[in-house]
Ligand binder design. Structure first.
Ligand SMILES: Nc1ncnc2c1ncn2[C@@H]1O[C@H](COP(=O)(O)OP(=O)(O)OP(=O)(O)O)[C@@H](O)[C@H]1O
Ligand SMILES: [Mg+2]
Length: 214
């Protein structure tokens, strides 16, 4: 029987979509949304911007902990499924997948990625062997929060609406907060809009994965 390690599926465009649960034409939008989801999951306010070549995801959260090796490992496709989120939700698929898809998209398309957090800038280069190279420089202007800059290589299409899923997630996250604060603080069954959005999205991802497995 032919077997191969799971992480190798993240390094080429032919199989990355399978791990991400979207067709190639929506991969860029999904990658940006993974970054935005992480910011929102950290309880932060998130912003996303597209200046043509580069897309920026900025948040005012706690920042990414750890030294350069830890941050490179977080953004490496060979990292084991690790997550600070302790709940595993079957309908959402595997937690700890998001940054592996981000790193895979950069690797598979020959793109670029850097992260500014806690006063340092990390230039990240995912490699075919599953590791990610990192160069560190001071970034005193980015003492708080996390700013991620990503540029996709030519083989990943970047549609005009590449930010659309991210913008919906950001909008619904703030709606969820306001709604929860006003009306749902004491309700045990409260579900924020973002959770509902994610549920809908994960159902799609899950369906795509299930279909792929058949
Ligand atoms: N902007 C951020 N602020 C704070 N922590 C972050 C941020 N981005 C990523 N992290 C940390 O990196 C971890 C890994 O992120 P990743 O997207 O790979 O997995 P996940 O978000 O835990 O699960 P999944 O994306 O599959 O739902 C997160 O669990 C979180 O601890
Ligand atoms: Mg994530």
């Amino acid at each position: 029987m032919f077997t191969r390690e799971d992480w190798t599926l993240f390094r080429s465009l032919g199989t990355l979509g399978q791990k991400a649960g979207v067709p190639l034409r929506r991969l860029a939008a999904l990658v940006v949304k993974e970054l935005v989801d992480n910011a929102l999951d950290a309880g932060a306010a998130a912003q996303v911007e597209n200046d043509g070549d580069w897309i920026y995801v900025v948040d005012d959260g706690p920042g990414l902990p750890g030294d350069a090796a830890a941050i490179a490992s977080l953004f490496s496709i060979k990292r084991p499924l690790t997550s600070s989120k302790m709940v595993r939700v079957p309908s959402r698929g595997a937690l700890g997948n998001g940054l592996r898809v981000v790193a895979g998209a950069v690797l598979a398309s020959g793109g670029s990625l850097f992260v500014e957090t806690r006063g340092q800038r990390f230039d990240l280069t995912p490699r075919d062997d599953g590791s990610t190279d990192v160069e560190v420089t001071p970034a005193p202007g980015h003492a708080t929060g996390t700013r991620i800059s990503i540029r996709f290589g030519d083989t990943i299409p970047v549609p005009h609406d590449v930010l659309s899923w991210s913008e919906i997630a950001i909008a619904m996250a703030s709606m969820g907060k306001a709604y929860k604060a006003r009306w749902l603080t004491s309700s045990p069954s409260s579900a924020t809009s973002r959770k509902l959005l994610r549920l809908g999205w994960s159902a799609r991802r899950y369906r795509a994965r299930s279909l792929g497995a058949r």
